[in-house]
Design a protein around this ligand. Structure first.
Ligand code: ZN
Length: 288
């Protein structure tokens, strides 16, 4: 079957943005940000196929222990992590749309997935940092000079609060990271094509960001489509990251249901949805 024209265009845009498909066991597919990988940071943004979960079937659901079995989630995570090659210990947390950034000191320090935070950072090789999303923006940060990385969960609340900038600050304080040396990957999220918010969200952004108008396309009655990928990109650039080192994946979780889980789209339809996982780490020197 030949690919429709708009999909060919999308594939070209994905490649131009610096991302490539990686395929693995069971038909698992993920998008890898190649510039970050080239700097020594294996990474992946998961998609929804190739797993063992319902939602509705063969889904690669990677979180949400109250809606899926731990056994399914463990198997799905194993398949995703396998794509990266080598040995990894996953560190994740209980995301609460807050501003807490947790430093993961070593592989022993990865067991507290119940700990509340919205960003993780580490300098420990073999530790794979993961954030869970389904419409919110996943942001991965890599500092090759200091050998440090971070994974950030930024929904509109976290974006409004400046979680990506907070993660950069924490990397600077902990590891001496200079934002000018950081590369970033902004993953699949509810994009400006689909993500409509109400006047209270629009006004909250306007109050906080002088250039907020660039993020919104007005629709009706004070509502607007918002580009939270762009908002995160702007925050990173404002914090000192070079614009050319921020790579944004041009794929929307709401209008690409064959690729992604979307809380907005599916929670309304089915009462539940799976979760994507975005991961980054530094390889252990002794792992193959
Ligand atoms: Zn869309």
């Amino acid at each position: 079957m030949s690919m429709p024209m708009e999909m060919i265009t999308a594939e070209t845009e994905i490649a131009r943005a610096g991302f490539a498909w990686r395929e693995g066991e069971g038909g698992v597919r993920a998008l890898v940000c190649e510039p970050l990988e080239g700097e020594g940071f294996p990474n992946a943004f998961s998609t929804r196929g190739g797993g063992v979960s319902p939602f509705p079937e063969n889904s690669l659901n990677l979180a949400g222990f109250d809606e899926d079995s731990a056994e399914n989630i463990r198997e799905n995570r194993r398949r995703l992590i396998r794509l990266l090659g080598g040995e990894w210990t996953l560190a994740a947390c209980w995301q609460v749309h807050g501003l807490e950034v947790r430093v993961v000191r070593d592989a022993e320090d990865t067991q507290s997935e119940r700990e509340h935070c919205d960003a993780l950072t580490t300098r420990a090789p073999g530790v794979l940092l993961g954030v869970k999303t389904a419409d919110c923006v996943p942001v991965l940060l890599a500092d090759a000079r200091r050998g440090a990385c971070a994974a950030v969960h930024a929904g509109w609340r976290g974006t409004l609060a400046g979680i990506a900038g907070r993660a950069l600050e924490r990397m600077r304080d902990e590891f001496g990271t200079d934002p000018a040396e950081v590369s970033a990957a902004i993953g699949p999220a509810a994009r400006a094509c689909c993500y409509e918010v109400g006047a209270e969200v629009v006004n909250a952004f306007r109050a906080k960001f002088p250039n907020a108008d660039s993020l919104f396309t007005p629709t009706h009655d004070g509502h607007a489509l918002v580009d939270i990928q762009l908002a995160n990109r702007q925050q990173l650039v404002e914090a000192g990251v070079a614009a050319g080192r921020v790579h944004t994946l041009p794929l929307c979780t709401i209008c690409r249901p064959e690729l992604f889980f979307s809380y907005r789209r599916e929670k309304r339809l089915y009462g539940r949805t799976g979760r994507l996982l975005s991961v980054i780490g530094m390889r252990n020197a002794d792992s193959s």
